[in-house]
Design a protein around this ligand. Structure first.
Ligand SMILES: O=P(O)(O)OC[C@H]1O[C@H](OP(=O)(O)OP(=O)(O)O)[C@H](O)[C@@H]1O
Length: 152
């Protein structure tokens, strides 16, 4: 995502931060009825999905592939690859819900799935079923897998 103009602080996360917070999310998800599989939302959901697949002992892992066009405050997610069915029994995983634009599109495609993110900002929070940590809307989260200076 291109850094939005209203962002006022950057929070760099380490691999250890993401691992810890994803394990916290796993603990929350473990309380729920078992999922048939995990759907990682590319690209940010890939690492959290890998961690969750270990923590929850789920071997069936799929992807939905999303590329988002950013123009200042307008986000336009394009779905490059979807998943068959209505999402029933599946756990959809992303790293972050920010504006909610990505999950809004995915919820339309997979209305019966359970949606989880490691991190949530207030604007997108209503679109997530389970999340571990909330950041202020004005915080720019820099993930350890992002090449320096490229944003996510
Ligand atoms: O709630 P939203 O405003 O839609 O923002 C959240 C999305 O933005 C990031 O992906 P991004 O579009 O940057 O693509 P990437 O995962 O390929 O880096 C992140 O991984 C989420 O998928």
């Amino acid at each position: 995502m291109t850094t939005p103009p209203h962002t006022i602080s950057t929070l760099p996360l380490s691999w250890e931060d993401v691992h810890r917070d994803t394990r916290i999310l796993a603990g929350m998800l473990a309380e729920l009825p078992a999922f048939c599989g995990i759907v990682a939302v590319t690209r940010g959901g890939l690492v959290p999905a890998a961690i969750l697949s270990r923590e929850l002992d789920i071997h069936l892992v799929e992807t939905v592939c999303v590329s988002t066009y950013d123009d200042r405050d307008i986000r336009d997610p394009q779905v490059l690859k979807t998943l068959a069915g209505d999402g029933a029994g599946w756990l959809v995983v992303d790293d972050l819900v920010d504006t909610g634009a990505t999950l809004q599109v995915l919820r339309g495609m997979l209305p019966k799935a359970h949606f989880a993110t490691v991190y949530a900002k207030p604007k997108g929070q209503p679109l997530v079923d389970t999340f571990a940590t909330v950041f202020a809307q004005s915080t720019w989260v820099a993930f350890p897998w992002e090449p320096p200076g490229k944003g996510s």
